[in-house]
Each structure stands twice: as C-alpha cells, then as structure tokens.
Design a protein around this ligand. Structure first.
Ligand SMILES: C[S@@+](CC[C@H](N)C(=O)[O-])C[C@H]1O[C@@H](n2cnc3c(N)ncnc32)[C@H](O)[C@@H]1O
Length: 227
C-alpha cells in the first residue's frame, strides 16, 4: 500500500479513537494498573458499582441453561449473582485479578463458573458460543473498545444478548468537559472517564434495545443489544 494511503488510514483511525476518548493506552499499561489494584479492588469498586451489577442481572433475565460470558470478570465480584442454572465463563487479562476470582469461586462452591485468562480483544471461542455476552465495567478499561465489542458480537449467538455496563462521558456540557479533563488521571485507577456513548454505539454499529442510567449514583449506564 502506498505510504500516503497508509498515513491517511492511520489518520482516520486516530480521529475515530480521539472521538471515543482523549486517552490512548495499551494492554501492558492496563495490566500493570490492575495487577496493583487486585488486592484493593473489592473495597474501592465493590459497593459503589454494585447497584449497576444488580440492575444488569435483573434486566438480562438469564434463562435456565444459558451460556453466559462475562468479559473482564476481575475478582469475580459478580460470581454469586449468577443463577446456578446457567453456565458462566469469566475471562480476564490480569492474573492477580483472576487469582482473587479463583479463590472466591472455590470458597463459595460456585461450580457453574469457569475462569480463563484471555484478552477481550482476541476471544478464544468459536463464533456464536454464548447466549449472553456481558461486559460489566470493562469497555472503558481497554485500549480498543470497538475491537472488544466486535469480538463480543462474534461469540454471541444470533438472537443472543450483548450487554454493556459502564460509565460513559456525561451529556451535560460541564460534566462532559470534566470527564475529558479527568480521563488522563482516572486511567491510572483503571478506567477512562470520557468514553463517548453515541460515538461508541455508532462506531461499534450497535443498536441497543435498552439504554438505562443506574439510578444512584447516576454515573453509569446499562446498554443491552440483541444480536
Ligand atoms: C473495572 S474491572 C471490572 C471487574 C468486574 N467485571 C466488576 O463488575 O467489577 C475491569 C476488568 O477488566 C480487565 N481487563 C482490562 N482489559 C482487559 C482485556 N483487554 N481483556 C480482558 N480483561 C481486561 C481488568 O483486568 C479488570 O479485571
């Protein structure tokens, strides 16, 4: 490919990525952050993110025998929320986070949950493997949220659900500027605060059947799509 065409492609990719967030990160950076956070994650991000986790499970409505993929399972904080009549696979990049999750599922005897170390942007599952593909508090942690959603869609069966729970850039002009200004800082505690929801949905070609704000505090949104 001629050099100027490649430069144009790279320029367009940069513009798309900047429309999503002002922060650019790589897996090595994210891994380093979560390796450090693993021992304190449940204390810092446990209670504050829990109303969203409960609402998501209620709205998903997991059915008997459903195959559920949790992308970015972390310390397994959602593990005991899944009904025992489904089969859950939890994947995460960070081994220290997964160690916590392993200890939790052994302690609680959660035999319907299996854990695997994997990059969300390169899922090692065949197409159409799951009925529900759920990413709680993940898409603003990863370098390329669009690639992650493409992978989530690929492994979800036709008619299955793709579910995203996340903080997105505020729609209020003042708060939106704050989200953008803070994002280079929040990324050091594990997330970009300025991921733009309309841009994310457009680039990921997602058409949600539900977008609902978590009531208190109203900083997070639940997005449910059918494949
Ligand atoms: C904010 S935590 C969410 C944990 C959990 N889902 C929850 O509800 O609290 C984000 C998790 O995503 C993981 N993660 C970040 N980038 C990833 C990637 N590329 N592939 C897989 N997991 C990733 C991190 O290691 C971390 O455990």
């Amino acid at each position: 490919m001629p050099l100027f065409e490649r430069e144009n492609d790279e320029f367009r990719a940069d513009l798309r990525s900047q429309a999503l967030s002002v922060v650019a990160i790589d897996n090595h950076f994210v891994d380093g952050v979560y390796d450090k956070l693993a021992s304190v994650y449940d204390v810092i991000f446990g209670p504050i993110l829990h109303p969203g986790r409960l609402l998501a499970l209620e709205k998903i409505g997991i059915r008997r025998g459903d195959r559920v993929l949790e992308v970015g399972v972390g310390t397994g904080i959602n593990a005991s929320l899944y009904p025992r009549h489904c089969h859950v696979t939890g994947i995460d990049f960070s081994n220290p986070m997964l160690d916590k999750a392993r200890a939790r599922i052994i302690k609680k005897g959660l035999s319907h949950i299996r854990l695997m170390q994997m990059d969300a942007a390169a899922l090692q599952f065949p197409d159409n493997s799951f009925d529900v593909v759920y990413a709680p508090y993940l898409v603003n942690c990863v370098p390329d949220p669009i690639k992650v959603v493409q992978e989530m869609r690929r492994v979800c069966r036709p008619g299955g659900k793709i579910v995203i729970l996340n903080h997105f850039r505020s729609t209020s002009p003042v708060m939106s500027r704050l989200d953008r200004a803070l994002s280079p800082l929040t990324v050091h505690i594990g997330f970009k605060s300025d991921l733009d929801l309309p841009e994310f949905l457009a680039q990921a070609e997602l058409r949600p059947v539900l977008v609902q704000k978590i009531s208190m505090p109203p900083l997070w949104s639940l997005v449910i799509c059918n494949k």
